[in-house]
Write a protein that binds this ligand. Structure first.
Ligand SMILES: [Zn+2]
Length: 84
């Protein structure tokens, strides 16, 4: 009989339920954050602010900034103003 254990070629994904509420963590979240122990609702991580940096003519870059990081947020806004 074949083993029931499955792993992907890239990374093995833990399938434990959320450590706080016990619900199942969405597969997409598992894939993005393989070591997370909480679901989206229970996560205490803050949402980041993203913006496009058109520093290269052919390929813009998505820059993610923590909204509490005022220095980088200011830089992000300055870059954004310059590109317009
Ligand atoms: Zn949860």
């Amino acid at each position: 009989m074949k083993s029931m254990k499955t792993t992907t070629s890239r990374i093995s994904i833990v399938t434990d339920p959320c450590a706080k509420c016990g619900c199942q963590i969405a597969p997409a979240r598992r894939e993005a954050l393989p070591h997370t122990s909480t679901c989206v609702k229970c996560s205490d991580a803050k949402a980041y602010v993203g913006f496009m940096d058109w520093g290269h003519k052919t390929a813009p870059e998505i820059v993610m900034v923590n909204p509490d990081d005022r220095e980088n947020l200011r830089r992000a806004q300055a870059i954004n103003e310059r590109r317009r």
